[in-house]
Design a protein around this ligand. Structure first.
Ligand SMILES: C[S@@+](CC[C@H](N)C(=O)[O-])C[C@H]1O[C@@H](n2cnc3c(N)ncnc32)[C@H](O)[C@@H]1O
Length: 564
């Protein structure tokens, strides 16, 4: 493509639901994405979902491929989430491999393509190597941030030897792997029986793959060892490794890295095609977004999020406190406090969605610091914590009390000038035409901290509007959201790699499970992570003018500071 030339947007793309028999008679459900018949380049690309995701997560890549002449079949695995048959707890890697082989059969039978290209992501790459070793109809294989050693990866993520424990006789009817309960014993036994437990099996498979293989590895991947990748690829007779710069295992985290990866994939898929040029076409955004909306509402309707939000956050916060000393949290709360600015006499501070009360703790620390510098008692201030769950409020209260007592001890006084209060409020019932008001009069609050809360509300704009009402003129709010495509596992890496042992290990796995559930709710549109422009737009809609933004939290969260 010439410099400065815009890519052509293709709007003639359709998606058609198909289903066909997979392993053990289970139906596999997928979408055929295709453009006009006369632009088809005779190649079909199969997109296998990664663990814990559905065909919807592959929609963008599929449409990019279709815009450039390919037909795509993206499907849901059986015994997994999504529309295919079977229940997630029965998931195995050998079952997921059989799904791929069933899809190859289907594609071969109905389209008789000149080439079948397989693209797998993360854990499904392990199945991809097995499928390619068994079925030579797969003529090209892309392993995107492929996990090649199940045992090593799980140990890296959880800092726990799951399989060693099972080998030593532990029994797990159910085990939570990244937010999904699966039958641990059966999963393990199937890995052993199919030789998919560790790297040695992958090396054997890769030696049998005759198709060209492109392995794209992420430069900052915490979960896949580069030496494993190099070993596996050196066994392939026609393998190539490309490193994707400036990103970890979650490619969506960095749009530039994702773009780079898509271009590499596209070029590899198109190798050998007559008239192949590097003039990339793109799908028309309207067409892509329409299909995305359709699939999101279908997925939402099919998921069972039976626990209430209050139960969900209660359980989450119960485990969340343990990592408050992790590097990224400390940095993040320092930044939030710095953006809100030094506490002034008579400040009234609102911690909206206080969780375990981290912001309150940072206020008390600042007071201790200030008074030791100035040697005087603080001026009266008031901090008000609000949250949906009594769980979080109780934890906040007990932690704050401890710190406040310490503060008073240092001051040798009963510093009644510092008031802390707690209130249970459901922000989903606040603001808008029918909602209640926040329990403050207009212009009565000096500072608002709203850390990682808006994403979980049905109408975040309503709360933002209330913030504007209750803030004093010149008052400041700092509001944050995880960034779209963030990699939440990065945040826990710091914690799980500390040698915490015992209960700490269990807590880490519960945290990772909660992160998996948050991701699923985000993928289905129940939650929404905002980019900076979206946060700024929410703020501007209710009247905030002065806005500053930054990244924090291990680069995974967007933060804006707004002034009334
Ligand atoms: C990810 S936590 C963030 C907690 C805290 N602000 C922090 O940054 O550590 C999300 C918080 O939002 C709260 N929350 C979620 N939905 C809410 C709602 N509808 N009303 C009030 N709080 C809510 C949860 O209870 C939880 O404490």
């Amino acid at each position: 493509m010439l410099k400065g030339q815009l890519p052509t947007a293709v709007s003639d793309i359709t998606s058609r639901l198909v289903s066909f028999p997979g392993p053990s008679g289970l139906q596999v459900v997928g979408y055929i994405d295709e453009g006009a018949e006369d632009v088809w380049n005779e190649r079909v690309v199969i997109l296998a979902p990664r663990y814990g995701e559905t065909k919807k997560n592959n929609l963008q890549l599929a449409y990019e491929l279709v815009a450039n002449g390919f037909k795509v079949l993206r499907f849901d695995q059986t015994n997994h989430i999504g529309e295919s048959d079977g229940a997630m707890h029965a998931f195995t890697l050998s079952g997921a491999t059989e799904d791929i082989l069933a899809v190859v059969d289907y594609v071969d039978r109905f389209y008789e393509p000149s080439e079948v290209v397989l693209i797998t992501l993360s854990l499904s790459s392990r199945c991809g190597f097995r499928a390619c070793a068994q079925d030579s109809r797969i003529s090209r294989f892309v392993s995107l941030v492929g996990m090649l050693d199940m045992d090593r990866t799980l140990r890296a993520i959880y800092n726990r030897d799951f399989f060693g424990e099972l080998k030593a006789g532990a029994t797990w009817s159910r085990v939570d792997i990244l937010g999904f309960e699966i039958e641990g014993d059966k999963f393990y036994q199937s890995l052993v029986d199919s030789d998919m437990l560790n790297l040695s099996g992958t090396l054997i498979d890769s030696a049998q793959v005759s198709a060209p293989v492109l392995h794209l590895c992420a430069e900052r991947d915490l979960w896949v060892e580069r030496e494993d990748v190099d070993q596996v690829m050196s066994c392939c007779c026609n393998g190539r490794v490309v490193s994707i710069p400036s990103v970890g295992h979650e490619l969506n985290e960095n749009p530039e890295s994702l773009k780079f990866a898509i271009q590499e994939v596209m070029a590899f898929c198109a190798e050998g095609l007559a008239g192949n040029s590097d003039a990339l076409c793109v799908p028309d955004m309207k067409v892509l977004l329409r299909q995305n909306r359709l699939e999101r509402s279908k997925l939402q309707a099919s998921m069972d999020f039976s626990e209430s939000e209050s139960e969900f956050w209660g359980e989450y916060l119960g485990k969340f406190g343990i990592i408050e000393d992790a590097k990224y949290y400390v940095e993040y709360f320092d930044k939030m406090s710095a953006l809100l600015g030094a506490i002034q006499p008579s400040d009234v501070l609102l911690d909206a969605g206080c969780g375990n009360g981290f912001y309150g703790i940072s206020i008390i620390r600042a007071l201790i610091r200030d008074s030791s510098v100035r040697g005087s008692l603080p001026q009266p201030i008031h901090y008000c914590a609000m949250d949906l769950t009594s769980h979080g409020l109780t934890r906040s209260y007990s932690r704050h009390t401890e710190s406040l007592v310490e503060f008073q001890r240092q001051q040798l006084c009963d510093s009644g000038a510092v008031g802390f209060s707690y209130r249970k409020v459901d922000f989903d019932a606040v603001g808008g035409e029918l909602g209640a008001a926040l329990p403050f009069t207009d212009g009565s609050i000096s500072k608002i901290c709203c850390s990682l809360v808006l994403s979980y509300l049905k109408e975040p704009l309503n709360l933002m509007q209330e913030f504007y009402r209750v803030l004093k003129p010149g008052g400041v709010a700092v509001v944050s959201s995880m960034k779209p495509g963030c990699d939440m596992t990065v945040l826990y890496h710091d914690y799980v790699t500390q040698d915490v042992g015992g209960e700490g290990e269990q807590d880490a796995s519960i945290l990772l499970s909660a992160a998996g559930r948050i991701k699923l709710k985000k993928d289905t549109g129940v939650y929404q992570f905002f980019d900076v422009e979206e946060l700024e737009h929410l703020a501007a809609q209710v009247g905030f003018m002065e806005t500053r933004s930054c990244r924090s939290f291990g680069h995974q969260a967007n933060v804006i500071r707004i002034v009334k």
